[in-house]
Design a protein around this ligand. Structure first.
Ligand code: NAD
Ligand code: UDP
Ligand code: UDP
Length: 316
């Protein structure tokens, strides 16, 4: 039985990962400050004797004994990471230093949840890991993008300088049950708006693209990457290469919910990337991994989740 720490474990991705790791017979230590995470996401795990929850902010040191670490702590939605940009940077940078210090001391293997945002508003399409990106260092998205880039640097230097065993995954837009209903990301926004009969808010003209991966596919990729030999450090892209405009996404959500919500157009936020699609050649070759869940199937599962949630707790 391995002792595995998941920072950000009460969040959307973290809660699915904790579940998966427990189901494989591991002991899981969930570390979260509940900034964007929720007790609801992990309530069903609290009675499991192999699950432990610590309310803790990763920008402060933490001394525990573990075999593996998945570092997911960081708000992921632009609305949330821009709410307190300095705290977002501290979470990515000071948080990385603390978990890397912990990994160095305990000799734990450590996984970093990096992001396609390290590519910024890319001129290379689709994006391979070899692309260095096009990121504005002083814009409103920079606290997230540059924080995650700095975390990749810290991981790489702890690996080179201290021999820490690292695994960096660059995650592309992922969706599914347990996204926060007010999270502000496009999939949850469109579904909640459609289910409540509210207008669907398209930013800009809706021609920008994203590639959406269902959460179960992503978690499979996490576990495969962590299970590779120590020479595989990444960064490695994890995402679904299916690419859609925001208008196409809105159409799918309307069709699958049967909603008669209307589309409304709102200003495009500053530095919003125009296109994004993962090149997953490496993930296929090294992890024998590729997504299996098509957008419509994943959206159906996500819609069922939000439908039940909104009936249980209507949003005011
Ligand atoms: P989320 O907001 O649901 O989860 C983040 C979790 O981290 C929350 O539970 C939050 O409370 C916790 N957290 C935030 N700051 C913390 C701190 N200082 N100390 C301890 N806990 C803290 O978002 P998510 O989608 O589950 O994202 C998880 C990770 O994956 C993030 O690092 C994010 O950057 C990365 N990621 C996600 C996506 C995606 O599409 N979902 C894409 C790229 C990268
Ligand atoms: N750290 C931690 N838990 C540990 C070991 C280290 O939180 O089990 C933190 C510690 O606060 C330190 C940081 O990780 O500031 C980086 O650790 P490292 O050993 O690299 O640096 P140093 O302690 O030498 O400054
Ligand atoms: N978006 C949108 N309407 C919304 C929320 C987001 O059109 O209600 C757009 C947003 O401008 C971006 C895309 O959807 O182009 C994805 O946004 P999200 O916040 O989900 O993630 P990110 O921009 O970080 O990929």
């Amino acid at each position: 039985m391995k002792r595995i720490m998941v920072t950000g474990g009460a969040g959307f991705l973290g809660s699915h990962l904790c579940e998966r790791l427990l189901s494989e017979g591991n002991e899981v230590l969930c570390v979260d400050n509940f900034f964007t995470g929720a007790k609801r996401n992990i309530a069903h795990l609290l009675s499991n004797p192999y699950f432990e929850l610590i309310r803790h902010d990763v920008t402060f040191p933490l001394y525990v004994e573990v075999d593996e670490i998945y570092n997911l702590a960081c708000p992921a939605s632009p609305v949330h990471y821009q709410f307190d940009p300095v705290q977002t940077l501290k979470t990515s940078v000071h948080g990385a230093i603390n978990v890397l210090g912990l990994a160095k001391r305990t000799k734990a293997k450590i996984f970093q949840a990096s992001t396609s945002e390290v590519y910024g508003d890319p001129e290379v399409h689709p994006q391979p890991e070899s692309y260095w990106g096009r990121v504005n260092p002083i814009g409103i998205r920079s606290c997230y993008d540059e924080g995650k880039r700095c975390a990749e640097t810290l991981f790489s230097d702890y690996h080179r300088q201290h021999g820490v065993r690292i695994k960096i995954a660059r995650i592309f837009n992922t969706y599914g049950p347990r996204m926060h209903p007010n999270d502000g990301r496009v999939v949850s926004n469109f579904i909640v708006q459609a289910l409540r009969g509210e207008d669907i808010t398209i930013y800009g003209e809706g021609q920008q693209t994203r590639s959406f991966c269902y959460v179960d596919d992503l978690v499979e990729g996490f576990v495969r990457l962590m299970g590779t030999s120590d020479d595989v450090t990444g960064p490695i892209n994890l995402g679904n290469p299916g690419e859609f405009t925001m208008l196409q996404l809105a159409e799918r959500v309307l069709a699958l919910t049967g909603s008669s919500s209307k589309l409304v157009f709102r200003p495009l936020p500053q530095d919003d990337p125009k296109q994004r699609q993962p090149d997953i050649t490496q993930a296929k070759a090294v992890l024998d991994w590729q997504p299996t869940i098509a957008l419509d199937n994943g959206l159906e599962k996500t819609i069922s989740y939000f439908d039940a949630l909104l009936k249980e707790e209507p949003l005011v």
